[in-house]
Design a protein around this ligand. Structure first.
Ligand code: SF4
Ligand code: SF4
Length: 438
């Protein structure tokens, strides 16, 4: 009973802290702008199954992608065991899901094997970060604290797997010594248990130590994740489900501009159409309160893996642009300005902005909108839409654009085409041509 009470208190504290974090993040979302309607659910489930559960995009880097996919699938199986531990902890039962019979054996055996597989994969990930020079993990956005954050999270996952294996090993050892039949099948732990001698009491103590270590690590880890890059453990699957379904490269029109154009082409029809619009507060994105909820969702989900930056032609050719940085900047800026917005309302200003103070014009204009980053991102983050929206702010609110583009804009305005020739001269090139007209 004491164990149940202590566990219940730990769980309530965990849920309380987690609820506070979720409440805080939802408060930030309130200041974001609409993106697109979430419809086509069938298509969305298909993408989620393929990209998130099937981990298809992660296999673009086959070896390390395979290890990452193993970790993801391992987490999915081990999660069932964690749910069982929570039920056991609250109710005082032991291995409550054993009622599932043969299925339970399969789940437990997979979890036991995956605990070892995930531990090995995490050791590989950690050694890559600590001892190898991986270009993808470097860049101006990858600060010392970013690496520490990743290493702490990986170490915690490693400890989670080791405590799980320790728990299973002590459980098997206890059953062997006392001649009882274990609930479930433990291919790895039952083998490891044969290397240990002990009494039922010592195995029981080891089991309890590992049980508490494992469950407390889960509770602490769950509350660390939202403040870490490993928030993607929670966010990546929903982010894939909420993917932008438009083809990559299709830029969405701005409703306010579309209306203006329609008004010019057909004033009466445009006037008759229901507008229902409030005055446009801002064209494009200047600061974090101008981004859409999807941009912010992307920012919270980003794994900081750098796959986007590693394929970005601007970055590869030495420009300052890093699509990963753009996404990370949105999250960092919301952490910086969000509390002030929540406290003082949307008029709040800290005399800084995402654009210029954090993301420079040079970075934005370096983008070719090739969409390689969005294509490569394993969780379907879309960088170019955000970059284009920041450019829209520059052009439409500040008339700020590189000189070459300004010339194009004025040509379009004056000549109806990007070239510096009048449309009336368009067919001059045919003047000296001899044509046979029948
Ligand atoms: S945006 Fe996507 S590809 Fe780029 S670092 Fe984040 S998760 Fe990785
Ligand atoms: S769309 Fe822009 S940011 Fe993305 S890869 Fe191409 S150039 Fe880089």
């Amino acid at each position: 009973m004491t164990k149940q009470i202590i566990f219940a208190i730990a769980l309530v504290v965990t849920l309380g802290v987690f609820a506070f974090t979720v409440y805080r993040i939802i408060g930030f979302f309130r200041f974001t702008k609409p993106a697109f309607p979430v419809k086509d659910l069938g298509k969305r489930f298909g993408i989620t199954f393929r990209v998130a559960i099937g981990q298809t995009k992660i296999f673009r880097k086959p070896v390390i992608g395979f290890f990452h996919a193993l970790v993801f699938w391992g987490f999915c199986v081990i999660l069932i065991g964690s749910i069982e531990m929570i039920i056991d902890g609250l109710s005082g039962t032991e291995r409550v899901l054993k009622v599932l019979g043969r299925l339970y054996d399969v789940i437990v055996a997979s979890g036991d094997v995956f605990a070892l597989v995930v531990a090995v994969c995490i050791l590989i990930f950690l050694s890559r970060r600590l001892f190898f020079h991986i270009k993808r993990f470097e860049g101006i956005e990858m600060k010392h604290s970013t690496h520490i954050d990743a290493n702490i999270a990986l170490t915690m996952i490693l400890l989670l797997m080791l405590s799980l294996l320790g728990m299973n090993t002590a459980y098997c050892g206890n059953k062997f010594i006392s001649g009882e039949i274990a609930e479930g099948v433990y291919p790895v732990s039952s083998m490891v248990a044969t290397f240990f001698n002990g009494t039922p009491a010592s195995f029981h103590t080891a089991y309890e130590v590992c049980w508490w270590t494992h469950i407390l690590l889960i509770l602490v880890f769950a509350n660390m994740l939202p403040y870490s890059k490993h928030f993607h453990v929670f966010m990546s699957v929903p982010n894939v489900f909420l993917s932008r379904l438009d083809p990559l490269g299709k830029l969405s029109n701005m409703d306010s501009i579309t209306r203006e154009v329609k008004l010019m082409l057909d004033p009466q029809a445009a006037m008759d159409a229901p507008t229902g619009d409030a005055p446009v507060e801002r064209f494009g994105v200047k600061d974090v309160e101008d981004v859409s909820w999807k941009n912010y969702f992307d920012a919270l989900s980003c794994t900081q893996c750098g796959r986007c930056t590693s394929v970005c032609p601007a970055n590869i050719t030495g420009k300052r642009l890093s699509p990963r940085k753009v996404i990370m900047d949105v999250r960092a800026r919301m952490n910086e300005k969000g509390p002030g917005l929540v406290k003082n309302g949307k008029e709040y200003s800290d005399n800084k902005s995402l654009l210029r103070d954090i993301i420079t014009e040079e970075e934005l204009w370096a983008c070719t909108t090739c969409n390689a980053c969005a294509m490569e991102c394993p969780i379907n983050i879309n960088h170019p839409t955000l970059i284009v929206d920041m450019r829209r702010y520059l052009v439409m609110e500040e008339a700020s654009a590189p000189g070459e583009l300004k010339a194009v804009f004025s040509n379009i305005e004056n000549n109806g085409a990007p070239w510096q020739f009048s449309s009336e001269d368009r067919l001059l090139w045919t003047k000296d041509l001899e044509m046979n007209v029948r």
